[in-house]
Design a protein around this ligand. Structure first.
Ligand code: GUE
Length: 339
């Protein structure tokens, strides 16, 4: 019995593997110690590098034909250490692609009016293509007001209500960088979505919700490239046994909750593709050093998955690359907001 089971697994997963191997290179292989299964570990850094090189080539073309260099402004309020790391990554990556940038740092006690006035000045500054206000923003400010102050055609985060609304009705829009990154990974690696069961964990307005919208949407519609999956959204009020029932039949799981070890190997079926968007900072009990973990128990899930993204080195770097792609789109005024 055990032998038969193993053989079935081997044939099934090896078959998938051969088919997929031709499609992509940005993966490593995770060899199960217990079974003949091979999970492909998606290399987000390599995918991000490819995207950044594509952006860089386009920027070089613009500059060599005497064009103005695309310019990104990042506004950072306060001194949250995680935000400082993300902003540093964004600025460094922008530099790499040839996109020039400003990092506007404001003290934590800045007023909402001060931030709004800075955004308004950037909105009308013809030398600025993209504007981004790093979130979370200090508690005494209204995040919606701040996001809606950025003029839609410079809103490279896709957080303005016009971009969010246009996207929901299949009009061209700036897509938020993390959801765009998740879809880009799925496309570049060749993970099937059409007709598949997709489970999204997390319903945040900037990450979980737009990911679910993209996964379920009509992929034949040309605007924002949906995934045609049957998509279920789980969130903090989904009982864990119900979550398990859904993940057990999922072909694709995208988790974006910040709950460590939410998804474990016993909850998933063999051959599942898993995209881990969670970020939790922990102190490693062995080394005593701080490190990042995702929502997914990597070791146990990789035993069964066909594809899996690691944390760090998965979705995070691709998010940064998508922001730069959006900045280039803003520069080219690719999105017409008057239709
Ligand atoms: N207005 C706004 N736009 C955002 O796009 C935005 C934001 N606010 N607030 C926070 C989230 C989070 N986010 C990440 C960016 C890079 C990594 C990243 O580079 N991660 C690396 C590790 C970084 C580290 O060492 O901490 C990795 O996963 O390998 C992760 C997460 C953008 N966000």
């Amino acid at each position: 019995m055990a032998v038969t089971l193993q053989l079935v697994n081997y044939v099934k997963v090896t078959g998938n593997y051969c088919y997929r191997r031709a499609l992509h290179q940005n993966v490593a292989r995770f060899h199960s110690s217990r079974r003949n299964l091979v999970a492909q570990i998606i290399d987000g850094r390599a995918i991000a590098q490819t995207i950044k090189d594509e952006v860089k080539a386009q920027v070089e073309k613009i500059v060599s034909s005497a064009g103005r260099r695309p310019h990104l402004c990042v506004i950072l309020v306060g001194d949250d250490p995680a935000s400082a790391v993300y902003v540093k990554n964004k600025i460094e990556s922008a530099n790499y692609t040839g996109i020039s940038s400003d990092n506007i740092k404001l003290p934590n006690n800045s007023t909402q009016k001060e931030v709004v006035d800075i955004i308004k000045a950037l909105n009308t500054n013809a030398d600025v293509d993209g504007i981004l206000v790093q979130l979370p923003i200090a508690g005494h400010m209204d995040e919606r007001t701040i996001c809606n102050t950025v003029v839609p055609h410079k809103d490279v985060d896709g957080f303005h209500v016009l971009n969010a609304g246009r996207f929901m009705v299949d009009q061209k829009a700036f897509m938020p960088a993390t959801p765009a990154g998740v879809m880009e990974i799925i496309r570049r690696v060749g993970i099937k979505t059409r007709g598949q069961n997709a489970v999204v964990c997390g319903r945040s307005k900037n990450v979980g919700l737009p990911i679910a919208m993209l996964l379920h949407a009509d992929g034949n519609h040309d605007s924002n490239a949906g995934g045609d999956a049957t998509t279920t959204i789980c969130h903090r009020n989904t009982p864990h046994d119900q979550l398990r029932r859904l993940t057990e039949t999922a072909d694709l799981i995208v988790s974006a909750t910040g709950v460590r070890n939410l998804i474990t190997g016993d909850m998933v079926k063999e051959g599942v593709a898993v995209i881990d968007v969670g970020i939790t900072r922990i102190v490693d009990p062995k080394s005593g050093k701080a490190r990042l973990v995702g929502d997914v128990d990597f070791e146990s899930v990789a035993e069964k998955a066909s594809f899996i993204t690691p944390v760090p080195g998965g979705v995070g770097p691709v998010t940064v690359a998508m922001l730069l792609q959006n900045t280039l789109k803003a520069y080219k005024r690719e999105i017409d907001f008057y239709v």
